[in-house]
Design a protein around this ligand. Structure first.
Ligand SMILES: Nc1nc2c(ncn2[C@@H]2O[C@H](COP(=O)(O)OP(=O)(O)OP(=O)(O)O)[C@@H](O)[C@H]2O)c(=O)[nH]1
Ligand SMILES: [Mg+2]
Ligand SMILES: [Zn+2]
Length: 304
């Protein structure tokens, strides 16, 4: 029977079967998925075939994926693991303070999702905590991203009704990511009574960086709406992106390249007659986006 992987804890997988039963499964033998070196590269969001043997389920096949998002496993290693598969929307929950989400982190998230062809959205949480200064910074960020066609929603997960979030997520399978403490689980708990994730106790962010959510888990909000809660992420390393391909994942830069003097060899760094640099000067490309592009290119703060 076909099923959807909702949760993985290493050895065991919780699979939602077609008949709506939740089945705990393991994998027998070695399963391979085209394009993957690892055996059993099963991730949350994968469609699998399951055979049941008594109370136990066995995964016998992984279906081909529509897409996936990879993430670097451990700092400074080239190992990557699949964060989730078959995603319609990659959502980053952003907070201006407690904790602060930098624009560099936002752009690395967006660039990664773009490189895997997954549409993106931003949710700005903890509106109740905004200072006037943060409010100004937030407005600039929202203006930049809305110009790029990225939906931006402002909420206070603790205080607001989350209708705009529901409108954003309805009918899709969404990956919900962000630093630890931004309120991912708080927000998801409010979307559906079937979601009861633990959240950090005090209504503030602990600088110690303890993670409340420890592995990715998918939940159904309704028949057609699924959300994946993920553990807080400190850093987004860019995986396997060649310097000359990086600007292809900045939609506003992608088409300018043809107008650079060095065309497809231009890194938009110190080359003469560069259309991207001209666009930054005349304001068509936001300075923050170009600066974040350069730091990704140089790699200096890849891991911030
Ligand atoms: N003031 C305020 N606090 C919030 C808001 N949303 C969430 N919080 C608080 O922020 C803390 C962290 O929330 P969580 O939902 O656990 O955060 P998380 O993103 O799931 O964190 P990890 O699971 O560690 O990745 C909790 O104490 C929440 O009560 C908000 O809109 N305003
Ligand atoms: Mg959480
Ligand atoms: Zn250029």
């Amino acid at each position: 029977m076909k099923g959807l992987v909702m949760r993985s804890t290493g050895m065991w997988y919780d699979v939602l079967l077609e008949d709506n039963r939740m089945q705990s499964c393991r994998v027998r033998g070695k399963l391979r998925l085209e394009g993957f070196k690892e055996t059993n590269p099963i991730a949350v969001g994968d469609y699998v075939d399951v055979e049941t043997e008594g109370s136990e389920g066995v995964i016998t096949r992984i279906h081909e994926r529509k897409n996936h998002i990879l993430r670097q496993s451990v700092k400074k290693t080239q190992h990557a693991h699949v964060l989730a598969a078959n995603i319609d929307l990659a959502v980053l929950v952003v907070t201006m303070s407690m904790p602060r989400t930098s624009s560099g982190f936002i752009d690395r998230f967006l660039v990664t999702a773009e490189s895997f062809d997954v549409p993106q959205a931003l949710i700005f949480n903890k509106q109740d905590l905004l200072t006037e200064e943060d409010q100004g910074l937030q407005s600039e960020l929202i203006a930049t991203y809305e110009t790029l066609g990225i939906p931006c929603v402002k909420i206070s997960a603790v205080h607001d009704k989350l209708t705009p979030v529901m409108e954003l997520l309805s009918g899709k399978t969404s990956l919900i990511a962000g630093h630890s403490g931004v309120g991912k689980s708080t927000m998801l708990n409010k979307l559906s009574p079937s979601i009861q994730q633990s959240v950090a106790e005090i209504s503030s962010f602990s600088q110690k960086g303890t993670h409340t959510t420890t592995f990715a888990e998918m939940f159904g909000v309704d028949d057609k709406t699924f959300v994946i809660d993920t553990p807080g992420i400190k850093e987004w390393g860019l995986i396997g992106m060649k310097p000359e391909e990086l600007s292809d994942n900045f939609p506003e830069m992608r088409n300018l390249r043809a107008h650079c003097k060095f065309g497809y060899r231009c890194l938009h760094f110190n080359e003469p007659k560069c259309a991207v640099k001209e666009a930054v000067e005349n304001g068509a490309v936001a300075l923050s986006r170009y600066e974040n592009y350069l730091s990704m290119l140089i790699g200096e703060d890849n891991r911030k």
